[in-house]
Every structure is written in C-alpha cells, then in structure tokens.
Design a protein around this ligand. Structure first.
Ligand code: ADP
Ligand code: ZN
Length: 712
C-alpha cells in the first residue's frame, strides 16, 4: 500500500469524539495552528495536531486555509490540553475550545500589540544625512534609553514609524521596579520564601498557613526576583470576587502595568488582549480564575494556586476539569515551581504532603501576632432561640457593636425561609422540576427554586388542602437580616449573598463599604467567608452548619471544616482579638470538637483517617458516570447497560439516584466507579468509554463522566 503523507490530523473545535484527517499541501501547518476545514456541508475551525497517514486510494478532503503561522500555544500547553482530554476523557476539540479565548475559536487573528516603549537597536546602521533636527533629537533620546509611547506627541510618533521602517529601533521591555518596600518577614514566612526562591525546576509546595498568616506576602516576595528579571507568574484565585484584592496588592508592589487579570466576567475583546499580552511576555503577573490556567506565558517561572481547597477550581459543566490539578501538570510540563496555598488545605493536598509529593511550608501564626480565636460551641438543644439565634450570641453581638466593631453572621442559605409548610396538612411546596422544596423570598414575594431557577407566586392557601395556615420554616439570610435590623435598629447592616450582590463590581463596592463602616453587622453566605480581609470584625457568629454533619455527600464534613475555619478566620485580623461562636444542635459531634481550638489540622487528620478506612479518595480514585433524561426509565437502562462495559477489576456500583434526584425536569442517577489509584481507574475508563457511546440506550440520555468528582 502506498502512503500519502500529505495529510494532517486535526481536532475540530467542539465536542466531536474523534479526530479527522485532511489533505494538505505545503506549507504544512505546525501543530497547534488553526485551520479552516470543510466539514459536512459547511466549514469548521480545527486545530492541527499532527501528521496523518492517509491511504492514497481513499479520497480525502483538503483543508481550506491555514489561520496561524505559529502555534497558538507553546508545546507545553498543547501537551497540557492533550493530557486534560485524555485524563478527563473529554474530546480534544472541546478542550481546546474551552481553553482558548472565544474570539480565537471564531477564527479571529491574534491582535498585534503596540509596544509601550522603544529603543535604538544597538548596531543600527543609521544614515544621518538628510535627517531633520527633530528627528536627530528623537534618535538621541532613543539612544539614551527607552522612550515611552505615552511621552510622545503625534509628530514624534510619526517619526518613530519612519525609524521602525528603516530598521533602526525595536520594542523595549520596560524594566519593572519595586513600588513599595517588601514587609520584614516573620521567620516562618522567610523560610517559605527562601524555599520557593531556591527551587528552579518543577517542584510542588503546599503553603499551609493559618488565616491571615501573610501567605500573600510570601507569594509577593517569592515572585519578586522573577518578575524583576522579566519572568512571568500565573496567579490563580478561585473566584472573580477575590481578584480585585490580589490585583491591588500585586500592583502596589510591582506597578499596575505589570499586572493583568483574566476571567469569565470580562468581554471577549479584553480577554483576547490580555491573552495576547501574556503570550508576548509583556505582562509579568496574570491573575485569574479557573480559565486563566490556559493563558500562555512566554517566560513562565512560577504558578500560584491560592485557596487551593476551594471547590470553584472544579469546572462543573462541559469539560469537568480541576484547575488545581491541571495546574500541577502545567508546572511539571513547563518545569517551574508551583505553590498551593490555603489555611484549610484539601484532604487531597494534605495526603500529597504526607506521601512526600508536596514540599511542606507552614505558617502557624498570624502575621499580626493576634491569636487564632478558639471556636465557642453553643449547644442549641435546650435553649430558647430568638429567630434561630441563641441569646448569648445576641449579647455578644451587642457588646461588639457597643465597642464600635463589626459582627459577622454566617448563614449559608439565601432567602427568607428554605421552605413553606402548611401547618394544617404538612404539605411543603416543591419545585415541579426538581426534587427540592421551593425557597421563600419574601421581599420579592416569590417562591424560587435554587436548583433550576423556577419561580412561582407565594400561595395564600395551601395548594394541597386549601387551609390558610401556610408559613415559612427555617431561616435564610433574608429573615436573619430582618430580625437583626429590628434588634439593632441604628446599626448599619451589610448583607452579602447572591440575591444582594450580582456582579464582581457590586461585590467590590460592598467589600469597600465594609472597610469604612463601624460599627456594623455583616451578614452573608459563602460569598462573605472567602479570603477577605476585614480588620474590624471581632465577632463571628456561625448560625447553622449542622447539615454538613449528616449529609450523604462524603465530602460534606471536609467542606464543613473548611468553611468553619475560614469564616472563623475573618475574626480578629486587626488590632483587637476576635471571638467566634458556633451554634449547633450536635455540640458533641467529634468534628466540631476537633475544630474547637481553631485547629484545622486535627480535624483534617481525623477526616483523612476516616477516608482511608472507608476506601475513599484520596486513598482510592473515583469517577462518576452520570446520566439524565426526562423519564427515569432510560437513565437506569443506560446505566445498567453501561455497567457491563466496565471490566471486573473496577469496582463499579449503582445505578444510584443523585442526591438531587430530579433537576430542571431531568431524572439523574450515576454509576460509582473506583480504582485502586488514578492510573488503574484511568485504564479501565479508557477501555469502556468508547463502548458507551455505541450503546443503543446512550441515545436516549445525556451522559457524562466526572473524574475526581467533587459534587454528587
Ligand atoms: P493570608 O493571605 O495568609 O490570609 P495576608 O497576606 O492577607 O494573609 O496577610 C494578613 C495581613 O498581615 C495583611 O494586612 C498583611 O499586610 C499583614 N502582614 C503579612 N505579613 C506581614 C509581616 N511580615 N509583617 C507585618 N504584617 C504582615
Ligand atoms: Zn427546580
């Protein structure tokens, strides 16, 4: 058989499971370049991934056009995407689509960047004859040092263009300078910075530092030499809301021009601009959320994943990757150090430290020398509660406010009441499309489903028995706000949850307001607990986290421990000591007792032991094969058929209904797939996954595979 080698293998952008081959004449595109290719009756954009061998006697379509001369991504990131596709069993074309700025997926060219400064080329061959006086002056300036575009008027810019055309000048990198003095480090901080600076190639560090221990200062000083010498740093944070604060601190240290941000809240044009600048090396520090992990850097030198335990690093639709886990792989591929930071490291990372995969950096004390406050556990059983709050918590709140400080209440439930209840017949109105009760939002006079967004009017009578005895049960941030406003009428109350704060900008404004309002009551959900620095909070009230103690989700206790320690960590960050009160119906629960001293490590060690005994991650590897459909029958038929595709070594159980059995009208269930380790699991998934698509029942459901699932 003769082989026609003028063929190229491509991944078409989008969720097509297979790759395709096209005929292609010289010049042959490099892998990582975009192409336009005929597909079906239309045309699609594809990524060249390698050469292909096409038998000569089978007609192969030719490509239409090559869009890039140079690969969009360096080889390391191309390899990262290949790994991400393989590990999560997700099509490569869809992985590329998720990783690239939208404009590039639409076929737009990479914009050319106007340099911000110019300089004379050292051995430029300048013919001075015929140059005007002004041209000479400008040339002299260019010879003396970098000339910034911002300093030039329009006629000088015109002259600059002539010089450029003549080949006399080149773009100049503006050297970075420290804009403020670094803080004098505490001994543990200094040790961490030294260890980070000493590592050149790939090495993973876990920076396990209590809340407000000065982790950010460690990052800043670890970056210092790198960015001052023209290298680049990628800094990931879990949520858009945390970017502003990080950006401000990096900008204060290295100048605003050195820093750029990249996240899903930006417009497509801006994302493409930042991506391009990072790729060209003209930005020193890229700060962003999950998707920033795929921003190319010309001179990568350090990766930072702050709040590494945060669930937001896991993508929850489409390509279900973990940005934290892929960041480790990226660091390996780029051969640079990576530091994962947290006051409450994930059990996965603690395990990795235990087995020596992560180097151990610790900060045991707060930078301010304030002690980490203990957590006072208030038993709720016998007490008479006022609007769900224990009287002694209210007393503590009164004292805090009288001292001109701030009290923070944490309740991770929005709305006025999590459900309505008919006192006559016990009926609870549920979402028609989800297996969950509707939440009562009294201010908007609506019932709302927090899973699918469905809204309904608030019934005046019970829809089931007609009695007019319908009332809210339980408590949400809206009812807590109302109560606290009544109880402390002259005190400003700032509520932060998704009903009150809709955009990152609003969040930034609200956080700013918090810094300037004293005394004040702060009230909020998870949104308020993450990473923020509130120097005037001296009391934290944790209103209700009991659900995490008896949830069916095996990760719930870990999350509860992290939340409690993180929320507690908002107290006493300034000059005054803090106090933390946690109310619970289960005050003797071993997890709460372990957390009592504000000590996450004890609780985490206990949780890790339980995971080991139960054979759960990180001691075994786990994946879920999820399926959903509008009727239950095809879901279970598919999952039962799927079971037979998996070889026996694999522990495979189910189908079991998802914790939320119905969502947005879809019945949901999964198979639970286990392996002794990641590679064993991977192997068995890889063999089965191609079979799944061919199952006759597969066509009647939506199915997806979640490797290392975080949610059930
Ligand atoms: P973390 O990121 O661990 O929560 P931060 O980096 O936000 O902690 O630091 C908390 C506070 O302590 C900040 O106001 C920071 O400026 C201050 N800080 C950090 N390191 C030092 C230090 N070595 N000396 C004095 N203050 C410090
Ligand atoms: Zn719903």
């Amino acid at each position: 058989m003769t082989i026609d080698t003028n063929c190229i293998e491509v991944a078409i952008l989008g969720p097509l499971p297979q790759h395709f081959s096209y005929r292609c004449d010289a010049p042959f595109p490099k892998s990582g370049c975009r192409l336009r290719v005929p597909f079906g009756r239309g045309e699609r954009i594809a990524i060249a991934i390698g050469t292909a061998t096409c038998p000569q006697d089978i007609p192969v379509k030719g490509i239409h056009r090559i869009l890039d001369e140079q690969p969009l991504l360096p080889a390391s990131l191309q390899a990262l995407l290949g790994f991400g596709s393989n590990y999560y069993h997700y099509p490569l074309g869809a992985v590329w689509e998720a990783a690239l700025p939208a404009r590039l997926c639409q076929g737009q060219q990479i914009p050319s960047l106007a340099p911000t400064a110019w300089r004379l080329i050292a051995d430029a061959n300048i013919a001075e004859r015929g140059l005007g006086a002004r041209q000479m002056v400008l040339l002299q300036r260019l010879g003396n040092g970098n000339v910034r575009m911002a300093e030039l008027d329009s006629s000088d810019r015109q002259r600059l263009r002539q010089f450029l055309a003549a080949g006399w000048i080149e773009a100049a990198q503006e050297p970075l300078q420290l804009r403020e003095a670094p803080l004098a480090l505490r001994p543990e901080q200094a040790q961490a910075v030294m260890a980070l600076r000493a590592s050149t190639g790939f090495q993973a560090f876990l920076l396990d530092g209590v809340t407000s221990s000065g982790k950010t200062e460690v990052y800043l000083q670890a970056m210092e030499r790198l960015v001052l010498s023209g290298k680049q740093v990628l800094f990931l944070v879990p949520e858009i809301g945390l970017i502003t604060q990080t950006q401000a601190r990096c900008a204060a240290r290295f100048g605003a021009d050195a820093v750029a941000v990249y996240h899903s809240g930006q417009g497509d044009a801006e994302r493409l601009r930042v991506w391009t600048q990072a790729r060209s090396g003209s930005i020193s520090i890229v700060i962003g959320t999950r998707s920033a992990l795929f921003v190319p850097l010309l001179h990568p030198a350090l990766l930072i994943v702050d709040e590494e335990h945060d669930l937001s690093y896991k993508q929850h639709s489409g390509w279900l990757y973990s940005a934290r886990d892929l960041a480790l792989r990226r660091a390996q591929l780029e051969d640079v150090p990576i530091v994962l930071g947290s006051a409450t490291p994930s059990l996965e990372s603690l395990h990795n430290r235990q087995i020596g995969r992560f180097a151990d950096l610790r900060l045991h004390e707060r930078a301010s020398a304030q002690k980490i406050p203990p957590i006072e556990i208030l038993p709720l059983r016998k007490k008479r509660l006022v609007a769900g709050l224990d009287p002694s918590l209210l007393r503590a709140c009164g004292e805090t406010l009288a001292n001109g400080k701030q009290a923070l209440f944490f309740l991770n439930r929005r709305g006025f009441a999590p459900a309505l209840l008919c006192r006559a017949c016990g009926h609870v109105p549920h979402c028609q499309r989800c297996s969950a009760p509707l939440t009562w939002h009294r201010r908007q006079a609506r019932l709302r489903c927090h899973h699918c967004g469905l809204e309904a009017p608030v019934p005046e009578q019970c829809p089931s028995c007609g009695a007019a005895e319908i009332a809210g049960i339980g408590m949400g941030t809206e009812s807590l706000e109302e109560f606290l406003r009544e109880r402390f009428p002259n005190i400003p109350l700032l509520r932060i949850d998704r009903d009150e704060v809709h955009t990152p900008r609003q969040l930034a404004e609200r956080l700013q307001e918090i810094l300037h309002t004293r005394p004040a009551i702060l009230l909020g959900t998870q949104m308020l607990s993450k990473g923020h620095h509130f120097p005037d909070v001296t009391l934290v009230g944790i209103v209700d986290v009991d659900q995490g103690l008896y949830s069916a989700d095996f990760r719930a206790p870990e999350r509860l421990a992290q939340t409690v320690i993180q929320v507690a960590g908002r107290a006493g960050r300034g000059d005054a000591p803090g106090r933390v009160i946690l109310q619970s119906h289960l005050p003797e629960h071993p997890l709460l007792l372990a957390l009592q001293n504000g000590d996450y490590a004890t609780a985490a060690t206990q949780l890790l032991r339980e995971r080991q005994q139960a054979g759960l991650p990180p001691f075994r590897a786990l994946a879920l094969l999820q399926a959903e459909a509008q009727r239950a029958e095809p879901v279970y038929a598919f999952l039962r058929a799927a079971r037979s595709c998996f070889a026996t070594e694999l522990d495979c159980s189910g189908p079991v209904p998802a914790l939320l059995e119905r969502r947005a009208g879809f019945h949901r269930a999964y198979l639970w797939l286990e392996g002794a380790n990641r590679s064993a699991l991977h192997h068995l998934l890889a063999n089965a996954i191609s079979l799944l698509g061919n199952l006759p029942t597969a066509r009647r459901v939506r199915w997806s595979l979640d490797v290392d699932p975080q949610n059930f």
